[in-house]
Design a protein around this ligand. Structure first.
Ligand SMILES: Nc1ncnc2c1ncn2[C@@H]1O[C@H](COP(=O)(O)OP(=O)(O)O)[C@@H](O)[C@H]1O
Ligand SMILES: O=C(O)C1=C[C@@H](OP(=O)(O)O)[C@@H](O)[C@H](O)C1
Ligand SMILES: [Mg+2]
Length: 169
């Protein structure tokens, strides 16, 4: 299963819960990039820029999608390259998470690990949401996480997943 969605919709947090529930391995694409590069996401952006980060992200995505029984929590921009989105659709069940701008802004308050939000986080969240308004719609299903606890989101995804996995075989 592959989780996509805007920053702070809960992909990394919910991926961990889903992996426990399903007995799958949790793979966080950002963590794979950090491990491979030996430096943090803000450092990669600052030292080599976004284009370099996106190349590294696509390379790691291709690797992790070769594994079985994994939950892959992607970064919010991993879907922007059409080749990545196509590969996700081909390799697994794609679940999109969403949340309102207000909820995302509240969740990222004080977080310094997302370079694209540096400066005016509120303005940046609203702009990126607009830029990406159709970017996540290729998913097999979407769960709006606004006002739900992480456990509630996890249970909703599992309900969708059981139906989708049944059809997928
Ligand atoms: N359903 C939720 N309700 C409240 N807070 C959440 C929820 N899902 C995630 N969070 C919190 O929001 C922040 C961002 O979540 P994270 O999993 O890192 O999102 P993503 O990987 O999509 O960027 C974390 O502090 C996380 O604990
Ligand atoms: O949306 C994006 O372009 C990004 C999202 C981040 O991951 P999360 O979605 O897990 O925050 C991380 O990959 C990087 O900061 C860029
Ligand atoms: Mg994440």
């Amino acid at each position: 299963m592959i989780l996509i969605g805007m920053m702070a919709t809960g992909k990394s947090a919910i991926g961990t819960l889903l992996a426990e529930e399903l007995g799958y391995e949790m793979v966080d694409l950002d963590a794979e990039i950090v491990r491979h590069e030996g430096r943090s996401i803000p450092e990669i952006f600052a030292e080599n820029g976004e284009v370099y980060f996106r190349t590294s992200e696509s390379d790691r995505l291709r690797e992790v999608l070769e594994r079985d029984r994994v939950i892959v929590a992607t970064g919010g921009g991993a879907v922007l390259a059409a080749a990545n989105a196509n590969l996700m659709k081909e390799k697994g069940i794609v679940v999109a998470l969403s949340a309102t701008a207000e909820e995302i802004i509240a969740r990222v308050a004080g977080d310094r690990n997302r370079p694209l939000l540096a400066g005016n986080a509120e303005e940046n969240v609203r702009r990126i949401l607009e830029e990406r308004k159709d970017a996540y719609s290729f998913a097999h299903c979407t769960v709006d996480t606004t006002g739900l606890t992480e456990d509630e989101v996890c249970q909703r995804i599992l309900t969708h997943y059981r139906v989708l996995a049944f059809k997928h075989v």
